[in-house]
Ligand binder design. Structure first.
Ligand SMILES: Nc1ncnc2c1ncn2[C@@H]1O[C@H](COP(=O)(O)OP(=O)(O)OP(=O)(O)O)[C@@H](O)[C@H]1O
Ligand SMILES: [Mg+2]
Length: 315
């Protein structure tokens, strides 16, 4: 019913087909996309778009809500297990839907391993800590390892073929391709019951392509635009979004950690939860939640094993 665009006031079959061929195939997508963007992609008049969007919003009620309605919406929020009880606790019970969770860390700190692990656990039933849905994985670095998905699924007693079939993977070759794939998510998530979206990494193409101070503003604007699309996606479909990010050297740091997350304030503001990862002793990993509005910043230890992510043995 939600993809019945013709049911919107002001949308005839001609407009509906323009919207569909521009990729706006659901009422949610129309409701949450900036009107200027729809205009540019469809050539439909601006005022018509505003009218259509008003109708779409009414249908999915993204307008003003009472605090009580917000509370009810928050109650539909779900959490996905990472496989480590300690890490789940540090995240307030697991990786939340209706939010962006960012894992930040240097080479080999375990970002991709966490992404691969939750691609499996997100499919589990709720009582086992899953989101009971499928997974969309945007791989920007060519490090998505299907073998590892099979290994984790088998080690957990799941059928690896079934698990692997429920993970939709796209390789993004540059930042504009990555943006295109993010736009595609609005349709993809509705059509494939996606409950977890992963972008590993959100930032590497942007960093590589927009080099130099003179390009920084443009880069940040684009990044901001796409991060906000992801926020809207997570809310419209009640799904979890996980992004990875690299650390960059901070030349102005005399004291404390000389590394800081890439992407600056834009990244910091868009992400609901930010988790720093680093290597610990004896092959363990240490996670620390930073800048959280409600979670304490206690360092948490976990380990990477054949089963994916687990608590360390001493715990
Ligand atoms: N089956 C396994 N058992 C134990 N440890 C493993 C296993 N598979 C991978 N690892 C560990 O995970 C590490 C790689 O971590 P990962 O690829 O997640 O890093 P990353 O943070 O994504 O780094 P990058 O910034 O390079 O993408 C390996 O160095 C290895 O220590
Ligand atoms: Mg990686």
């Amino acid at each position: 019913m939600l993809d019945d665009l013709e049911s919107l006031n002001g949308v005839g079959s001609a407009t509906a087909s323009k919207l569909r061929s521009a990729g706006y195939t659901t009422i949610e997508a129309i409701a949450v996309t900036p009107p200027r963007e729809i205009m540019e992609k469809t050539n439909v008049g601006f005022n018509t778009i505003l009218k259509i969007q008003a109708a779409a919003r009414q249908m999915i009620t993204t307008d003003f809500k009472t605090a009580q309605e917000f509370y009810e919406k928050r109650k539909t929020m779900k959490r996905c297990t990472t496989g480590s009880k300690k890490l789940n606790e540090a995240l307030g019970g697991g990786i939340e839907t209706q939010a962006l969770t960012e894992f930040i860390g240097e080479y080999g700190s375990g970002k991709t391993q966490i992404c691969l692990m939750i691609s499996v656990t997100a499919q589990l039933p709720a009582e086992q800590g899953g989101l009971e849905g499928n997974v969309a994985f945007i791989d920007t670095e060519g490090t998505f390892m299907p073998e590892r998905v099979y290994q984790i699924a088998s080690a957990r007693g799941l059928d690896p073929q079934t698990v692997a079939k429920n993970i939709l993977v796209a390789r993004a070759y540059n930042s504009s391709h990555q943006c295109l794939l993010i736009d595609r998510l609005f349709t993809l998530c509705a059509e494939n019951d996606i409950k977890l979206v992963i972008i590993d990494s959100m930032i590497s193409h942007f960093r590589g392509e927009y080099v130099g101070r003179e390009n920084l503003a443009e880069r940040q604007q684009k990044l901001n635009q796409y991060l906000h699309k992801l926020v809207r996606l997570s809310e419209a479909y009640n799904l979890a979004i996980v992004l990875t990010n690299q650390v960059q050297a901070n030349p102005t740091a005399f004291f404390g950690d000389p590394n800081r997350p890439a992407g600056g304030n834009v990244m910091a503001h868009a992400c609901t939860h930010r988790v720093f990862l680093r290597k610990g002793s004896k092959g363990t990993r240490i996670a620390r939640v930073i800048d959280s509005p409600c979670l304490p910043e206690v360092p948490t230890r976990f380990q990477i094993t054949d089963k994916g992510i687990e608590d360390t043995e001493e715990d």
